[in-house]
Design a protein around this ligand. Structure first.
Ligand SMILES: [Zn+2]
Length: 204
């Protein structure tokens, strides 16, 4: 046994030199292959992710009066800022929007599809730098869903007719609802009251 193992040992020792190189070669090829496969995997994940998020844009809304457009169609009818906010869930910088200081009487409509969303009757100065309302003009015209981006749980507000991102709603608003709809000016189109004579038409 001792002899055998000795012979074996010396034999294997002789081979080990060659094997070691081969093993080294093999392991370097192996690790190279691993690196390549990881890269391929990452590329697939990235492109897969992009493909998925691009598809996500056109989740159709099926409710009556819904406005469904592709990203390229939205880009044609919205400014880059409006597109970023409404279709990419962007947020305009605080105190930068055109409506946060607007005190005129009228209706704030969805900039993308024109549905009436918020009345000036419920607008108040929250000091946040974004137009703030304590209620939507019609609950049915907006959708609210949990938004867990940036590690914070908030409630996202979207237009229920076209899916445009509008802003978020918080529970620190004034009476009677105690809600604060914090909405981007870029997602809104204000219509002054005198133009709104046909008030029956506004809540379609
Ligand atoms: Zn809309």
């Amino acid at each position: 046994m001792a002899d055998g193992s000795g012979v074996d040992h010396s034999n294997s020792k002789g081979n080990t030199g060659g094997d070691e190189e081969k093993n080294a070669m093999r392991s370097s090829w192996g690790s190279l292959a691993k690196v390549i496969s990881i890269f391929v995997f990452l590329i697939l994940v990235c492109f897969g992710g992009i493909a998925v998020s691009k598809d996500k844009e056109t989740t159709p809304i099926t409710k009556p009066g819904a406005v469904n457009k592709s990203n390229s169609e939205w880009k044609k009818v919205l400014t880059p800022q409006q597109y970023h906010v409404t279709r990419e869930c962007g947020t305009e910088p605080a105190f930068s929007g055109k409506y946060y200081k607007n005190h005129e009487t009228g209706m704030y409509k969805c900039v993308a599809c024109g549905k009436p969303l918020f009345s000036s009757d419920t607008k108040y100065d929250s000091g946040s730098g974004w137009p703030s309302f304590w209620a939507p003009v019609k609950k049915d015209n907006i959708d609210e869903k949990a938004d867990k981006s940036f590690g914070i749980t908030r409630t996202e507000v979207t237009c229920s007719h076209c899916g445009s991102h509008l802003g978020h709603v918080f529970d620190d608003g004034p009476k009677p609802t105690n809600q604060r709809y914090c909405i981007n000016s870029s997602a809104l189109d204000f219509e002054k009251k005198d133009k709104k004579q046909e008030s029956g038409k506004t809540t379609k």
